[in-house]
Design a protein around this ligand. Structure first.
Ligand code: FAD
Ligand code: UDP
Length: 374
């Protein structure tokens, strides 16, 4: 291998760093243990139906960062898709995130936007929570207990297998609460799905004479042979240190794939299931992400089941609890075994990063690396 820098992982972090360093004239080798590039954001055509599927669950690109938007648009055009989500609670569909429609349907009222603050404030006041210490308390201070118990509690228990009182309040602040009928899931300025899919986007990003990609290769199988070469590591941080302080908790996902020979199964790309008694968290129907493509008579769905990751499972979500925060601190203070190891991305930093923030951070670290080695 003639590379000057090794990058572990071809998700948005590793791919962006590889692209930037290659463009700056560095020879880069990218090591990926899976049989394809793209990490968890990867998409490909489903051979049975011809529909583009997001292999690791729905991925909608959204950002308000102009630099990130400009950067990613060098490699793909986006369609005009705007994400909306519904949630089923006790067999009835509601808007998600919680908005005026959710509130009026749930309470069987016809409140106007200006009446919502007082209405919700009354619910919140019943609980007397002043400084929320966990996800449950935070949610109650945002929407009151009845809405929390209907739409958040069951879903959160399924998603994290923890009581919401054990989880960080940050998780729930990802979701807006709206006092109008706006049912868009994201507030960002730019949003869409890559016109030709994420798979093609990653191919274009890595298509450079200075980049060599090696698939089906686990870094830990070849690490010793690599010697002391600058490395960007985007795998799980605890694995890098051979779990010396213990295992961080990760959530993984199982998908149950179904094909139905009807043009539309659920009328939207994501339907959440709020009841704890339904074992899956949501159903993805991928054809809705590309309304601009020719329509098909069949449709492909993924039912999503969340569970604790065993060591042999793919880690998807870091779990934001005090135990993991403490453990992460220990790993972060550990000097890397070899000089010149940079940790990045959702697994390398153990942070709940979206695609746009992952790219933003990768652009920063690339700039640093290019300047340091200029
Ligand atoms: P990853 O994409 O996880 O890539 C890491 C790569 O490293 C993987 O390919 C892995 O195989 C490889 N690797 C790990 N260890 C090794 C090793 N030892 N040797 C070789 N290779 C290794 N973000 C959004 O902005 N919008 C969304 O709608 C959205 N939806 C999501 C839905 C789900 C279900 C999940 C889990 C995440 C979602 N995200 C979304 C977040 C998005 O997936 C991440 O921001 C993005 O994948 C982070 O990229 P990454 O490069 O850090 O990690
Ligand atoms: N959430 C919920 N009900 C829903 C959707 C989300 O309680 O219908 C909570 C849940 O705790 C989840 C968090 O909000 O983990 C963040 O949701 P998001 O859709 O952003 O999660 P992701 O798409 O990253 O899985």
């Amino acid at each position: 291998m003639t590379a000057e820098i090794i990058i572990i992982g071809t998700g948005f972090f590793g791919t962006t760093v590889a692209q930037q360093l290659a463009e700056a004239g560095r020879k880069v080798a990218v090591i990926e243990k899976r049989s394809h590039i793209g990490g968890n954001s990867y998409s490909e055509i489903d051979t049975e139906t011809g529909i583009e599927i997001h292999k690791y669950g729905s991925h909608i690109f959204h950002t308000s960062n102009e630099m990130t938007w400009e950067y990613i648009n060098r490699f793909t055009e986006f369609n005009d898709y705007r994400h909306t989500v519904w949630t089923t609670y006790q067999s009835r569909p509601y808007s998600m995130p919680i908005n005026l429609n959710t509130i009026n349907t749930f309470y069987n009222t016809n409140l106007a936007p200006h009446e919502i603050p007082a209405f919700i404030a009354k619910e919140i006041a019943k609980e007397k929570i002043h400084s929320p210490r966990n996800l449950e308390e935070k949610a109650i201070t945002l929407i009151g207990r009845p809405l929390y118990e209907a739409f958040i509690k069951g879903y959160t228990i399924k998603q994290w297998e923890k009581d919401p009182t054990e989880l960080s309040p940050d998780i729930i602040t990802r979701l807006p609460v709206r006092h109008n009928y706006n049912n868009r899931y994201f507030n960002d300025k730019h949003e869409g799905i890559p016109l030709n899919g994420y798979g093609k986007l990653f191919e274009r990003m890595l298509d450079h004479q200075n980049i060599e990609v090696r698939l089906n290769t686990d870094y830990f199988d070849i690490k010793n042979a690599l010697g002391d070469i600058p490395t960007v590591y985007t795998g799980p941080i605890d694995r890098f240190f051979n779990f010396k302080y213990g295992h961080l908790d990760w959530r993984t996902i199982d998908f149950d794939r179904r094909v139905h020979f009807i043009p539309d199964y659920q009328g939207c790309s994501v339907m959440n299931y709020a009841d704890d008694s339904i074992p899956y968290t949501r159903i993805h129907e991928f054809k809705h992400y590309h309304p601009e493509r020719p329509q098909t008579d069949s449709t492909v769905l993924f039912k999503e089941f969340s569970r604790i990751a065993k060591q042999s499972d793919e880690p998807y979500y870091p779990v934001n609890t005090q135990r993991n925060t403490n453990l992460l601190e220990q790993y972060s203070e550990e000097p890397p075994h070899q000089k010149n190891v940079f940790f990045g991305g959702r697994l390398g930093e153990y942070r709940y990063l979206d695609m746009d923030t992952t790219i933003e951070r990768a652009l920063e670290i690339s700039k640093q690396m290019i300047n340091e080695h200029a």
